[in-house]
Write a protein that binds this ligand. Structure first.
Ligand SMILES: NC(=O)c1ccc[n+]([C@@H]2O[C@H](COP(=O)([O-])OP(=O)(O)OC[C@H]3O[C@@H](n4cnc5c(N)ncnc54)[C@H](O)[C@@H]3O)[C@@H](O)[C@H]2O)c1
Length: 257
């Protein structure tokens, strides 16, 4: 088991990639905090985990709200004793061409997709720092895994808010890596291309699917199962000497064809 007795918080884990990740983490021995704005989805995920004999609690609310970030950490500590892994996964899209983009769509995406990641990292800081004090020889006192996108590496058309937020997530990942290296906390990001989730329903539809697929070196969209092994690796001790890295799990979408 890669994550035996580890405690993980995964934001936006009521569905999509986040849900697949918490189920996989529990399978590897972790206890998890399931966060989502969608209460029904979060509760369903927790029930699914409990039905399989795993340990999970739900924290409902938006990652854009710093109180929710603190609540995730507090509840993880009171239920499971600590936090070992924080995966900042929750995000939304509000597409529009630049000239049509409203302030509201800009602010919503930046607040959730970028500030939400900062809120999570800041909330977990005292736990990771405290662990490092008690464990000067430990090779890892915490793992941060931030979810970014090829859109954050190459830019994107019709989603300048999302592209900017996801580029910001990479900067934030590297800054946290530098600031917390001394605490032996690894901060890395995963960049997806196109994963088969609710977020990509439109671009995977009949009208656009072939165009998008033709940009992917491996010529297919990712399933949520495809992205799990890389995430588990970054969450596990195998990545103790890797920090400030962006792992592209995109079928080569980031290098183009
Ligand atoms: N699907 C893709 O092709 C793709 C590509 C690149 C990057 N990503 C990234 O992967 C991550 C997961 O996306 P997904 O495809 O699973 O999307 P999804 O829409 O299927 O799931 C996202 C989950 O996050 C929740 N959520 C939304 N706003 C939230 C908030 N403010 N606070 C807490 N939870 C919130 C939603 O309710 C949902 O359950 C995101 O960071 C996304 O940007 C996805």
């Amino acid at each position: 088991m890669l994550l035996k007795d580890k405690v993980a918080i995964v934001t936006g884990s009521g569905r999509g990639v986040g849900k697949a990740v918490v189920l996989a983490m529990v399978n590897e021995g972790a206890k998890v905090v399931v966060n989502d704005v969608d209460e029904g989805a979060a509760i369903e995920t927790v029930e699914e985990i409990e039905n399989q004999g795993g340990h999970a609690i739900a924290v409902i609310g938006s990652v854009a709200d710093k109180q929710v970030a603190h609540e995730m950490v507090e509840k993880a500590v009171s239920a499971f004793g600590t936090v070992d892994i924080l995966m900042n996964n929750a995000a939304v899209t509000r597409p529009a061409m630049i000239h049509n983009m409203s302030d509201e769509d800009w602010d919503t995406v930046i607040d959730i997709d970028l500030k939400g990641v900062f809120n999570g990292i800041r909330a977990v800081a005292p736990i990771f720092k405290e662990k490092s004090k008690g464990n000067p020889d430990s090779l890892s006192n915490g793992k941060i895994i931030n979810v970014t996108s090829v859109a954050g590496l190459t830019g994107t058309i019709g989603q300048i808010n999302y592209g900017a937020a996801k580029s910001g997530v990479i900067g934030l990942t590297m800054s946290a890596a530098r600031e917390w290296g001394r605490y032996r906390v690894q901060s890395n990001a995963v960049a997806f291309g196109i994963v088969e989730t609710r977020m990509t329903e439109t671009i995977r539809g009949e009208k656009f699917a072939d165009t998008y697929k033709s940009k992917i070196v491996l010529e297919r969209f990712a399933t949520t199962e495809d992205v799990i092994p890389g995430i588990l690796f970054l969450a596990s001790s195998g990545s103790n000497y890797i920090t400030g890295e962006v792992l592209n799990i995109s079928g080569g979408y980031h290098i183009g064809v």
